[in-house]
Design a protein around this ligand. Sequence first.
Ligand code: MN
Length: 234
Amino acid sequence: MSSEFVITPVPRPVLPVVGTSALFPVRRAYCIGRNYAAHAREMGGDPTREPPFFFNKAGDALQAIAYGRPERHPYPSMTSNYHHEIEMVVALKSGGVDIPEGEALNHVFGYAVGFDMTRRDLQDEAKNLKRPWEVAKSADASGPVGPIHPVAAVGHVAKGFIRCTVDGVTKQDSDLSHMIWSVSEQIAILSKFYRLEAGDVIFSGTPEGVGRVDRGQRMTGAVEGLGEIVLDVA
Ligand code: MN
């Protein structure tokens, strides 16, 4: 006798893969905090002393963004200070626990450009009140991500520009080589806390220059070799 669902299961969010019609199904989204020294300082941290920390964005808070045309990005409810955080996104094809740093990159399927969009006012409030960050970090559609570039096509991405503009003005402009914790280290450390699985993605941190965007503004996000996504905030 076959099982039935009492409600219709919701399909996983998917991200397109460059150069193929196949799709990457997303399981969890992990994010690292304060992974560029200048951003850690602008958020009031000390990049020389702090071990890495991680938080989650709901996997279904990702918004798949295609190349070639601006896509509408919905301004979320319950904020009046919505911030852009341009980030490189790492997509895993396999996982495990206690993954050695030297083997970590073997689990990477590919890389994409994305944003860890943040209700900064709610994050500041959560910090002040010692409350969790979910309402700040996991708004619906708060993880716009471009198509994934497979490792087979672009290799492993560890350096190159990472940029964000708002209405044509450059707001964030750094280099992936300025990450404090490398992608290998992020995977190794995360796998001590969780069993990583195929379909997990990791937002690898944002450089300095985060700031607000409002309805009616156009954001672009780009990472060298991974293309550019264009978002109209509405
Ligand atoms: Mn972030």
